[in-house]
Design a binder for this molecule. Sequence first.
Ligand SMILES: Cc1cc2nc3c(=O)[nH]c(=O)nc-3n(C[C@H](O)[C@H](O)[C@H](O)COP(=O)(O)OP(=O)(O)OC[C@H]3O[C@@H](n4cnc5c(N)ncnc54)[C@H](O)[C@@H]3O)c2cc1C
Ligand code: FES
Length: 255
Amino acid sequence: MAKRIEDLKLIGNKRLTNDLFIIELSSDEELPELRPGQFAQVKVEGSPETFLRRPISIHDVDLSNNSFKLLIQIAGKGTETLSRLKKGDNLNLIYPLGNTFSLPPVNEKILLIGGGCGVAPLLFLGKHLKSFGCLPDVLLGFRNSERIIEYEEYLKIGEVFLTTEDGSTGEKGYVTSHSVLSSSKYDRIYCCGPDSMMRAVAAYSKKTSTECEVSLENLMACGIGACLCCIVDTVKGNVCTCIDGPVFNITELKW
Ligand SMILES: Cc1cc2nc3c(=O)[nH]c(=O)nc-3n(C[C@H](O)[C@H](O)[C@H](O)COP(=O)(O)OP(=O)(O)OC[C@H]3O[C@@H](n4cnc5c(N)ncnc54)[C@H](O)[C@@H]3O)c2cc1C
Ligand code: FES
């Protein structure tokens, strides 16, 4: 798939919490085909510390508006700089990068599991699945009720189950302790979130013989397979998360 290096126009920057925000970008040209699971390498201007582009997942796509969104958590200097961008600013991206979530066979029972900012790639995936007639359930985990984001958006995809670590909304605990995992049998799980969460979901999937794909967020520098800093050890040997991933079936990973 052709990749672009392009200055995109910022048409929105919406703060969701003190450290989470969504930017919307539009292109003067027709957008390239974007697929769920893919990411962009975002250029952060203004400091030698942010010389390397930052990888951010495609969160949502609006073809009618020729625009797409990135959901970003402030983690350090780069994402903090991005949070201060204003409508009308330009942002340089290399995109679309990486592989995609697979499309499931029809009639499978699907669950999307996201934790914290890891919910980012699942909205686009959920909408994509829905456009193919698949209505996935969604299980989202957050630290507390104040950290819940994009709930209304996920409700448009299917039934949404929630956990919070302090029990302030939904079931108390982690996503893997939610009762829906024992009351329902899913054919396939798509998951993105903190490494520990994805490993716990992978363990559940193995135990219950459920197909499972996870989206890894390994540290990246180039994003195009040149620097080898995003290597992951798989059953096929070492591969680059940026070009062979970020989406992997858990059977490929040595988890
Ligand atoms: C394929 C992919 C998709 C991603 N999608 C998103 C997304 O949709 N939204 C989002 O907010 N973030 C996403 N990330 C993580 C994001 O790239 C990092 O948080 C960001 O690069 C941090 O840059 P910074 O300059 O703000 O922080 P830095 O100063 O570079 O780092 C601050 C802290 O964040 C940690 N960090 C840096 N990179 C990562 C990483 N890749 N994963 C976990 N921790 C990291 C550092 O170790 C450090 O502790 C994604 C990462 C990958 C690889
Ligand atoms: S980030 Fe450079 S090879 Fe993957």
